[in-house]
Design a protein around this ligand. Sequence first.
Ligand SMILES: [Zn+2]
Length: 295
Amino acid sequence: MRLCADVGGSFVDIAAFDDAGAIGWRRKVPTPVGDWAAFVTVFADALAVTKGDRVSIATAGLVDPLSGIVTSANIRCIDGQVLADELARALGVPVRVVNDADAFVLAEAARGVAIGHDRVFGIILGTGVGGGLVERGRIVSGAGGIGGEWGHGQVVHESRIAPGANPVFPCGCGLVGCLDTIGSARGLERLHRFLHGVEAASIAITEGAKAGERRAAATVDYWCDLVGGPLAMLLHAVSATIVPVGGGLANATALIAELDGRVRANLLTPATAPIVVPGRLGEDAGLIGAFVAGA
Ligand SMILES: [Zn+2]
């Protein structure tokens, strides 16, 4: 019996998987973000209940493939730790740790919308912009674990002709104009405010655009340009044939369909079927990805 967990900044979703990969016992508890002892206890208790003998974790944060060190801004008690080793020592069972965006892509490739595709570039459009590249069922982690992270690096530049005309925003990473500042749910809201001078929640913008509301539609149209261009370029570079989308904006199916259209219009090879598609596994993707990653 394998214990798998999706460790986010707010909750730990933890479940027991049998060898065939079916979910049995499952529980969701608040993440003890600043308390290592309480963090260990979440897993120790679950192991005791389920008689599990291995642990696989998907977590919000980078996982260095060489050192195993986790970098997590939100979960302080694991930040800077060789999490797999520390947890294995505390629990007495083998532990595997993967980044949650990578886990999402692994899951969609193995059991979701990307089954049958050799190379899958999955993206997260949620509170931030994340991503992961999976080739033949294996994560391409890259140096420092940043493989697939496409949210940072400047994509929006100041206009030389009309300064102030372009939506160039500072990014949390220290750069300006990153895709993360536009492509996330907050980014969509930021772009709407920039274009129209009004506040609106991302869901109001996507629903408004779907209903034909002029300002919301203009925001979504611009957003699709800013996100779709870099995404098309990336697909050329990595030769991925499908892009499962996770995160909150994946639920805005009309938005994702419009993004798909924009990406396909930018591809050198015509695509007859949708490429950018919402993930199929919903809230289970992190857990299933942790299971697929192994222990
Ligand atoms: Zn950035």
